[in-house]
Design a protein around this ligand. Structure first.
Ligand code: ADP
Length: 505
């Protein structure tokens, strides 16, 4: 009977031992898994489950082995006594396993929640990261576009030939482009009119006030013509367009102005007007002069005839002499007029300009008597012969020198100089005096026919207009620079192309 139980005993004891071994192997495996991924709750749970199962396996298998040992050794009563303890340990182990499972079920839920939150957080973080990178990209792109556009506008501001400037609400210059600085006479890079009131560059304060009133009333002005005064005092006609730039909130504002230099255009317009005036006066006066010239000749002829038969001490002789003097004066005016109006082309020939000037100076010297006027010359002897109408150029020089002589009075210096402007193919003759000079208000009228500041009988007002006509006919120009009290400089510019001797243009 006993023998028939051996296989059961062997299987029971062997199985129990195998169970213990296997359960410990399970613990080892679960422990390894936990070490590989300590964050993973499943492995922790498996580890504790294996521990519980191992405990159960040990208590159960140890119970069976002890039981078989006690039964086989005939000590069944001892087994009967400890059997309840073995059962209790088994039950405890089951309770332990249930507790672990229950506890981990809670932990699992928390773990799941945490994992879900973590995933959401990770996704949100990734999105934020993406957004941040995009934002950086957009900001970089916009900044680059802004820099390009700013560079473009800066370039327009810097290379513009017109003056572009910004003034604040008090009219002080806040910013001005290089062309603007130059226009106002600030040449070097270190010189700038920034900070100065723009008003100070206006010739007339009324112009500035009118401009400001218009801008503040209607918000802009278009092509308003004003005269600006450069730093060196020179005037400049300019066209101003401007707009008001108001701050969106508040009362602060600035004014953006664009100023165009129209000095040259203005001068040309004046010259054209002058030429028109001269042409119409020329037409009118030539008719009148022709009509008067012949009767004047007749009066002069008869007066001279009558003078011959009069004794020089008689009263009649003196009267006739007075008539002769005044008729001669009238004739000289009429001749000037005819010269002025004559449309004949100049008879040009090859002329040594210095010889011409010296002849004129000699003639003037003889005529001015004993006054203490110092005539100086400064000739550029390298100037080759020029092709001009010698008589007419002499007339121009006489007119200029007689005016200079009048300006210096009985004492002063008159200087005649020549210079060559080879690059432009021009020759310059300058007549400078240190006489009374010309008032600015007269400057633009001195070439007008009949404009004179000399007393009646002394000036006809035709000398400069005749000279102007002659020089223009030669394809040249005549300019003047003068300051009251300091003297005047007249510059005659003539084309200096060389021609073969005797050749007439
Ligand atoms: P006129 O000499 O007969 O007055 P002009 O046409 O020669 O006529 O000159 C016109 C005016 O220009 C003169 O009346 C004078 O006021 C002024 N003018 C010309 N030359 C000079 C000079 N060198 N210095 C000062 N004023 C001058």
């Amino acid at each position: 009977m006993i023998v028939s139980f051996w296989p059961i005993v062997i299987v029971d004891v062997g199985g129990s031992m195998l169970m213990i071994v296997l359960s410990f192997l399970c613990i080892g495996l679960a422990h390894r898994l936990r070490r590989v991924d300590p964050q993973n709750v499943i492995w922790t749970y498996l580890f504790w489950l294996c521990m519980g199962l191992a405990g159960f396996a040990v208590s159960r298998s140890a119970g069976h082995i002890v039981k078989q040992a006690l039964v086989l050794s005939g000590q069944k009563e001892i087994w009967a006594e400890i059997r309840p303890f073995s059962g209790a340990i088994n039950t405890f182990m089951f309770v332990f396993l249930a507790a672990v499972t229950l506890f981990f079920e809670r932990v699992w839920k928390i773990y799941e929640q945490v994992t879900t939150d973590k995933t959401a957080l990770e996704r949100a973080h990734a999105e934020l990261l993406n957004l941040n990178q995009n934002l950086e990209h957009i900001v970089t792109e916009r900044s680059q576009a802004l820099a390009v556009s700013e560079r473009q506008y800066r370039r327009i501001f810097e290379v513009s030939r017109d003056m572009i400037l910004v003034v604040d609400s008090r009219g002080h210059i806040v910013d001005i482009n290089p062309a603007g600085g130059r226009m106002l006479g600030f040449e070097g890079a270190s010189e700038t009119p920034k900070g100065e009131p723009f008003q100070t560059f206006f010739e007339r304060t009324a112009d500035w006030e009118e401009l400001m009133t218009s801008i503040l009333r209607q918000g802009f002005v278009l092509n308003s013509e004003v005269v600006l005064r450069r730093r060196n005092g020179a005037g400049m006609h300019a066209l101003i367009s401007a707009g008001l730039d108001k701050e969106p909130h508040g009362f602060a504002f600035s004014i953006h102005l664009q100023v165009r230099d129209i000095q040259e255009r203005h001068q040309m317009q004046e010259q054209m007007a002058q030429a028109d005036r001269l042409a119409s006066i020329g037409q009118l006066s030539s008719g009148v002069a022709h009509e008067i010239n012949n009767p004047l000749g007749v009066i002069l002829g008869y007066t001279q005839l009558m003078l011959r038969s009069e004794p020089s001490e008689s009263e009649r002789f003196k009267d006739l002499k007075t008539i002769e003097k005044h008729v001669r004066h009238c004739k000289s005016i009429v001749e000037d007029l005819l010269n002025f109006a004559r449309r004949s082309e100049p008879k040009k020939e090859k002329v040594d300009i210095h010889k011409t000037i010296e002849e004129v100076l000699g003639f003037i010297g003889q005529n001015i008597g004993s006054s203490r006027i110092d005539f100086q010359t400064d000739f550029d002897r390298s100037i080759p012969p020029v092709v001009v109408d010698d008589k007419k150029i002499k007339q121009v020089l006489i007119n200029l020198l007689m005016n200079a002589r009048h300006a210096v009075g009985t004492r002063g210096t008159i200087r005649v100089s020549t210079a060559r402007r080879a690059a432009e193919g021009q020759l310059e003759i300058q007549v400078t005096d240190d006489g009374y000079g010309i008032e600015e208000k007269h400057l633009k009228h001195i070439f007008d026919p009949f404009f004179t500041t000399k007393p009646t009988g002394e000036g006809t007002g035709l000398g400069l207009s005749v000279s102007y006509g002659i020089v223009k006919k030669h394809g040249g120009e005549i300019r003047v620079k003068s300051k009251p009290g300091e003297g005047s400089t007249f510059t005659v510019v003539l084309p200096a192309r060389e021609k073969n001797a005797g050749e007439i243009e």
